[in-house]
Design a protein. Structure first.
Ligand code: KIV
Length: 291
């Protein structure tokens, strides 16, 4: 029996999910292979996150990644995942300079890379850019709380909204983004009660990452949850697999088998008629090409 084809969700579907309480699932992907895997299971959204700067391109943080690098990763993901809602993460300084630049860059994610929406970091300060992009007809997901692109301004990768004032500021960020027209908001690294209050304050779905269980959905960085990124693991990550260890084991086994002559075995070789092979050898020897 054929497995039923997954149906790509729409923005009205996701808004309805907030009302019905059926939680939204999102993971990141940065290439064709993993995007195809995610597309084959019941995950609602893929974020081509700028975390790919670290997990895939090896940069120290997300600041250096360029529009071109993001578009290359996003295009590969859109080829692999045709039945999953796709969100492209706008890199640092691709939306801050001017509304025009923000709209142009957001548009490239849809036109050149097959994304369904874009994501921008920041609350009240980013609202004008969000508004400009939404006015151009491009769906926008917000991102508040810990915003890694401005981590140095926030004093590092720290939990946000821990004091009364800073928690209120994060709620105000959420409301400003809603007013600007976002269809969903990622809420990163805030105390669980703050995640709950933000979720209650806004009419659009919240997607939590380190924001507690009461958000309307959850997102994880794929390489964190699968154990493929080992530089550090944030507190909010649950490891569902240890693929890093599995990869290392397989690679070591390959090296041993090659050195021992156990790989390739006969099933990995193209056969040739023995008589033909003998004649070929004799001919090559006669021609002085083989001793
Ligand atoms: O880039 C990313 O992966 C993100 C998630 C942490 C939400 O923005």
């Amino acid at each position: 029996m054929e497995t039923p084809r997954k149906k790509k969700g729409t923005i009205p579907d996701f808004l309805e999910r907030k009302r019905s309480g059926r939680r939204i699932t999102m993971v990141t992907s940065y290439d064709y292979a993993f995007a195809s895997l995610v597309d084959s299971v019941d995950i609602d959204m893929i974020l081509v996150g700028d975390s790919g700067a670290m997990t895939t391109l090896g940069y120290k943080n997300t600041v250096p990644v360029t529009m071109v690098e993001m578009l290359i990763m996003a295009r590969a993901v859109s080829i692999g995942a045709q039945n999953t809602f796709l969100v492209g993460d706008m890199p640092f300084l691709s939306y801050e300079v001017s509304g025009e630049r923000a709209v142009e860059n957001a548009g490239r994610f849809l036109k050149e890379a097959g994304m369904d929406a874009v994501k921008l970091e920041g609350g009240r300060r980013t609202a004008p850019a969000v508004q400009a992009i939404v006015r151009a007809g491009i769906p926008v997901m917000g991102h508040i709380g810990l915003t890694p692109q401005s981590a140095s301004q926030l004093g590092g990768f720290r939990v946000q909204g821990k004091t009364m004032d800073s928690a209120q500021a994060v709620v105000e960020d959420a409301l400003a983004l809603q007013e600007a027209g976002v269809f969903a908001i990622v809420v990163e690294a805030v105390p669980a009660p703050v995640g709950k209050m933000i979720t209650e304050a806004v009419g659009v779905p919240t997607i939590g990452i380190g924001a507690g269980p009461d958000c309307d959905g959850q997102v994880l960085v794929l390489h964190d949850m699968l154990g493929l990124f080992e530089r550090f693991v944030p507190k909010f990550v649950k490891r569902y697999a240890n693929l890093g260890a599995a990869c290392r084991e397989s690679l070591a086994q390959f090296a041993v088998e090659v050195r021992e002559g156990a790989f390739p075995a006969s099933e990995h070789c193209y056969p040739m008629d023995a008589e033909q092979a003998r004649e070929l050898r004799e001919g090559l020897v006669r021609a002085g090409l083989l001793r």
